[in-house]
Ligand binder design. Structure first.
Ligand SMILES: Cc1cc2nc3c(=O)[nH]c(=O)nc-3n(C[C@H](O)[C@H](O)[C@H](O)COP(=O)(O)OP(=O)(O)OC[C@H]3O[C@@H](n4cnc5c(N)ncnc54)[C@H](O)[C@@H]3O)c2cc1C
Length: 449
């Protein structure tokens, strides 16, 4: 199909069309809240599933299956008449024509909601981008899991201690929640799983190392939370290097800002994110972190019917001069309010300004410790971990998934043994052939007789 054609097979509708680009936390919440409010909704996402990113680290460390934290979009909306879905990558907006251009065709909108999230930020360091692993999607998490397992298998085939260590060592760049949670889970694997799976390897030689450029871990949380996280990680024998930048990584050697070099074939980059961009909008709407500048109603600056919510939006307020934190709560709350504001705008009613209600933040370290900064209290240790577990079980979508995760966690908690250490490598899709009709003119005649 030619790229300039309109996306086919969308039913005719006299309702106003809301095109939602991106079915993450923000996009999904918005659609669920807009259902039944008299709109035709078209969701475009480059994947056919919604994913719960906060638990990706458990997929990467073989604690959960990807399907426990991902949900097929079509299943969620299969009974909703006014919601249509297409797997499509949105590429450009043509505001003058109220149209979006995607890799499967064009589409008209009355309202366009941009909720395409963010991606890993390598800050222009191509060598690091080429050689490190990232953790933003379920495929990234599976790749981390496969790489670690493959490197352990390769370590078994080596005889030189330096080479074995290079396969076993894992570097994590970035000491935010992602780096801290991943390091904690890997340390538990090193303690409880790898010695049983790989008795021939000397695991005392395996190093799990965090490199953080700032002077503390979990910089977005309180000083107490940072201190507890550091203490817990040290207890798990994770090496934490603060005030340290990774300057080069060629796939074998990590070169640090203090000129030291560490040998490792597995480095995970979790040191920053950058909002996903889109063509067709003026440069002035792009703010810090490539995020789209919006007003207090999440309207993209200068546009009456284009909105941005979640990680790809930047709303500057007195309380949040650098924009709201790029977390699930902010995305969900913006989507919630926008669903009501859209209806108000449509009816000529003054919409309500967005005000972020910060419910706190948490990070877990290992299998039974966590830190939590709540609005009125700071918690750490086992009690924080219980809270973390309940919050995440509550937030994840689907009763089946909640039950599966709960059973998995209970099993792992008592047995210290996840059972998902399979090295399944995907085969590439079949190559699509040029279009040729399957019915020849001769066959047509025979069939007609
Ligand atoms: C590893 C990790 C752990 C995290 N842990 C936490 C946590 O514990 N607590 C917390 O609050 N937050 C956490 N976050 C952040 C949280 O996941 C994000 O803030 C949240 O997902 C933002 O929601 P969103 O809808 O803006 O974007 P996303 O949820 O990222 O959704 C974006 C969607 O857009 C789609 N998309 C992207 N580009 C295109 C395109 N061009 N065309 C079509 N579709 C596109 C993507 O496929 C995706 O479905 C974590 C993030 C990561 C990566």
């Amino acid at each position: 199909m030619s790229k300039i054609e309109f996306i086919p097979n969308l039913p005719e509708s006299d309702k106003k069309r809301v095109v939602v680009a991106g079915g993450g936390f923000a996009g999904f919440k918005l659609i669920r809240k807009l259902i039944g409010r008299g709109y035709e909704i078209v969701l475009l996402d480059k994947n056919n599933f919604h994913q719960f990113q906060p638990l990706l680290y458990q997929v990467a460390t073989a604690g959960l299956e990807p399907s426990s934290i991902s949900f097929p979009v079509r299943k969620v909306f299969q009974k909703i008449k006014d919601v249509h879905f297409r797997i499509a990558e949105i590429q450009e907006v043509i505001p003058s024509q109220n149209e979006v251009v995607t890799d499967i065709g064009r589409l008209k909108y009355d309202y366009l909601i941009l909720s395409i999230g963010a991606n890993t930020n390598y800050f222009g360091q191509n060598e690091i981008e080429e050689n490190t692993l990232s953790m933003k999607t379920a495929s990234d998490a599976i790749l981390i899991r496969n790489t670690i397992l493959e490197h352990f298998e390769k370590a078994l085939l080596e005889t030189q201690p330096e080479k074995i260590e290079q396969y076993l060592n894992i570097g994590i760049v970035g000491g935010g929640p992602t780096g801290v949670e991943l390091a904690g889970a890997l340390a538990e694997m090193k303690k409880y799983i790898f010695p049983k799976d790989y008795p021939e390897l000397d695991l005392s030689k395996m190093r799990i190392i965090i490199y953080e450029a700032a002077s503390r871990l979990l910089a977005s949380m309180s000083e107490e939370a940072s201190a507890w996280a550091l203490k817990y990680l040290k207890k798990l024998h994770v090496e934490v290097n603060l005030n340290t930048r990774v300057e080069h990584y060629d796939g074998n050697c990590i070169r640090l800002s203090d000129r030291s070099i560490v040998s490792s074939k597995t480095v995970i980059w979790s040191a920053g994110i950058k909002a996903n961009g889109i063509q067709g909008l003026p440069a002035e709407i792009t703010g810090r972190g490539n995020r789209m500048l919006v007003d207090r109603y999440n309207r993209v600056n200068g546009f009456a019917n284009i909105f941005a919510i979640g990680d790809n939006s930047l709303m500057v307020t007195e309380k949040y001069p650098n924009g709201h934190p790029q977390v699930a709560q902010a995305a969900i709350q913006q989507a919630n309010l926008l669903s009501k504001n859209l209806v108000k705008l449509d009816n000529g009613i003054q919409p309500k300004e967005f005000e972020y209600n910060d419910k706190g933040s948490m990070a877990t370290i290992g299998r039974n410790l966590a830190v939590a900064d709540l609005p009125f209290v700071k918690l750490h240790g086992f009690i924080a971990w219980i809270l973390w577990s309940f919050v995440h079980l509550f937030l994840i979508m689907g009763v089946k998934n909640r039950l599966l995760i709960f059973l998995n966690w209970t099993w792992n908690y008592f047995t210290y043994d996840q059972s998902l250490r399979l090295l399944i490598k995907p085969k590439p899709f079949l190559k699509e052939k040029n279009e040729v009709s399957c019915i020849t003119p001769n066959e047509l005649i025979i069939n007609n007789n």
